[in-house]
Design a protein around this ligand. Structure first.
Ligand code: C2E
Ligand code: MG
Ligand code: MG
Length: 568
């Protein structure tokens, strides 16, 4: 084969030569009553494979794929399109029998060090579509599989063509849409849970097209992100957010911080931090009035680099919010690696609110963790009163969702504020006060009193709790939490022996009242309260609440939960 017709790595035809071969074979296939079909192949995860195993191993895999395709389709019916992309042509009838074998073989290539294969299929290629155009269309179908991991195929249909047309339209008209104001910022309020006022707003983009009508971000952001053009839109949105603050100030509306969304691709396209800073400085707006939202998925790709950018923004005085936390395979490690001012919990948590208790448990625990880490919180997708009640209960500072208001244009924001709509803007001077009220951790009293007296300390970290075991009239301590341990030490004046926790000897046996109550627990499954006769310090009287936990069927010992409460 002529060297120019051959791919140098794999030795199979190049795309141009493939096109000539396919064109020539068309008639031959037609004579056999078989319309031409074109397939496009993409190895899923090649980039990661190269970085894990090295380029040489990657090349070996590509050579093995080329050989496999030659065996299945014939050496003159395949080509390497570029990178990890290949194409093949065949008669339409052959496809269904070929593919299952191909997946199997792909899984065993290169001694098993291989990748799943995605296949896009263009069946029955019409006469007026050239083989190379057919490869493009097969690729379009293949690209639809990007989100799936396993091997699989997808056929081209005309809806994909419409999607490609739409995408081209977006890319070709972006500059015009920006300069002619087709792209607008809509604002959605973020509500302080403690006072129901608007404490921040999120600027969300809308493309109001003269021909196509209102386009939501999902209809144009992916194309802009893939092509790296999204920075134009994002910086335009920063301008819009700053202009909106100015306009509101003129109208006498309280100015609250506005969030803008920044894409991962922005950092590759320009020095986005510098670009933001330039705009904010020119507008003469305080930096802490601009929140920069960065999605969880954007920071995971290149964490070191993103960390420096986030630190840079924060050092300048911008608030950085982590958007959509929990939407992907987020790891808690993110919270350790990055310093965010706020975590925005993705709406998937609330979408699963009614399917069982899990999402509520997870959200409540994550909220506690955020509070302890000193990070502020928002939950998005708040749609019902029940959501609001739950989130207020678990100490979520801010809420965002349709329950309060959908995103609306600035003119409407101002009009509603003039009409004294049910939502008021928070007075920024009250922000800290209501943040403190909303995020007070009602399951951990320690946060109110950083220097408690010794007597009160055990009660501040958590309720003192222990499990006592009563066996043959003898009491032992099976387990206790720190608060109980502290209390015990305080009252007995002796340190708890640091030993095998399974059988901690109590400094002294509980008094007769306690033992009687524990015995009663064995017989009755209810709470039994004991008032301790020995006075605690600072005029505090202690009560213990006891309840049976379990009975040991072998020894007949009874394990009793003890909860100590303090009163004056
Ligand atoms: P996001 O930043 O997570 O924004 C929240 C999205 O949830 C918005 O959708 C909002 O309209 C929607 N939403 C708000 N409340 C509710 C609710 O109660 N229920 C439901 N189901 N949805 C609610 P939108 O405006 O369509 O934006 C979608 C995404 O597009 C945004 O998600 C953001 O990732 C992206 N986006 C929007 N504007 C921009 C922008 O200017 N730049 C960049 N890079 N991305 C943007
Ligand atoms: Mg956002
Ligand atoms: Mg979000």
């Amino acid at each position: 084969m002529d060297r120019r017709r051959k791919d140098s790595l794999t030795g199979i035809p190049t795309a141009d030569y493939f096109a000539a071969l396919a064109q020539a074979a068309r008639q031959e296939l037609a004579d056999q009553g078989q319309p031409l079909s074109v397939l496009f192949f993409d190895m899923n995860g090649m980039k990661l494979f190269n970085s894990l195993f090295g380029y040489e191993e990657g090349d070996r895999l590509l050579q093995a794929v080329a050989q496999m395709l030659c065996r299945r389709f014939g050496a003159e019916r395949v080509c390497r399109v570029g990178q990890d992309h290949f194409a093949a042509f065949c008669g339409d009838a052959d496809i269904d029998t070929l593919l299952p074998h191909l997946y199997q073989e792909a899984a065993a290539l290169n001694g098993g060090r291989t990748l799943p294969i995605h296949v896009g299929i263009y069946r029955d290629v019409p006469e007026d579509v050239t083989p190379l155009a057919a490869v493009d269309r097969a690729k379009m179908a293949c690209d639809m599989l990007a989100a799936t991991y396993a091997s699989g195929s997808r056929c081209f249909d005309t809806s994909l063509l419409a999607a490609a047309d739409h995408r081209n339209y977006i890319l070709e008209h972006l500059d015009q849409a920006l300069s002619e104001g087709w792209i607008q910022a809509y604002f959605q309020p973020i509500i302080r849970s403690a006072n129901g006022c608007i404490c921040d707003e999120e600027a969300l983009t809308r493309w109001i097209d003269p021909d196509k009508g209102l386009l939501s971000p999902a209809e144009f952001i992916p194309a802009l992100e893939e092509t790296g053009l999204i920075y134009k839109l994002d910086l335009y949105m920063v301008d819009q957010a700053l202009a909106a603050m100015k306009k509101k100030a003129e109208c006498g509306v309280h100015i609250v911080p506005v969030s803008v969304n920044i894409s991962r691709a922005d950092f590759a396209a320009c020095d986005v931090v510098e670009e933001i800073e330039r705009r904010v400085a020119a507008a003469g707006v305080r930096r802490d009035l601009l929140n920069v939202e960065i999605t969880e998925s954007a920071v995971t790709e290149n964490p070191q680099y993103m960390r420096t950018q986030i630190d840079r923004l924060r050092a300048m005085g911008y608030k950085v919010w982590m958007d959509d936390f929990g939407s992907g395979y987020s790891s808690l490690d993110l919270l350790q690696t990055f310093d965010f001012d706020l975590i925005k919990f993705d709406m998937t948590f609330l979408r699963q609110f009614h399917t069982g208790p899990k999402s509520r448990i997870i959200l409540a625990q994550l909220m506690k963790m955020a509070l302890k880490l000193g990070v502020d919180t928002v939950v998005e997708g708040v749609e019902t009163e029940e959501h609001v009640r739950f989130l207020r209960g678990i100490g979520c500072d801010k809420l965002q969702g349709m329950y309060f208001r959908r995103p609306i244009p600035l003119s409407e924001v101002i009009q509603r504020s003039r009409d004294q709509d049910d939502l008021r803007f928070e007075n920024p001077l009250e922000a800290d006060y209501y943040c403190a009220v909303g995020t007070a951790n009602l399951s951990d009293p320690a946060f109110v009193d950083s220097k408690p007296t010794e007597a009160i300390r055990p009660f501040l970290h958590s309720v003192p709790m222990a499990i006592l075991e009563l066996r043959d009239g003898h009491t032992s301590l099976l387990r206790c939490n720190n608060a109980y341990g502290e209390l015990l030490e305080l009252r007995s004046g002796a340190a708890l022996p640091e030993l095998d926790i399974c059988d901690v000897k109590l400094p002294r046996q509980p008094d007769a009242q306690m033992i009687a109550a524990a015995e009663q627990c064995r017989a009755e499954e209810r709470w039994i309260t004991v008032r301790h006769s020995k006075q605690h310090a600072d005029g505090i009287t202690l009560h213990s609440m006891l309840r049976r936990l379990a009975v040991n069927p072998v020894t007949d010992a009874v394990a009793v939960i003890v909860v100590v409460i303090a009163g004056l």
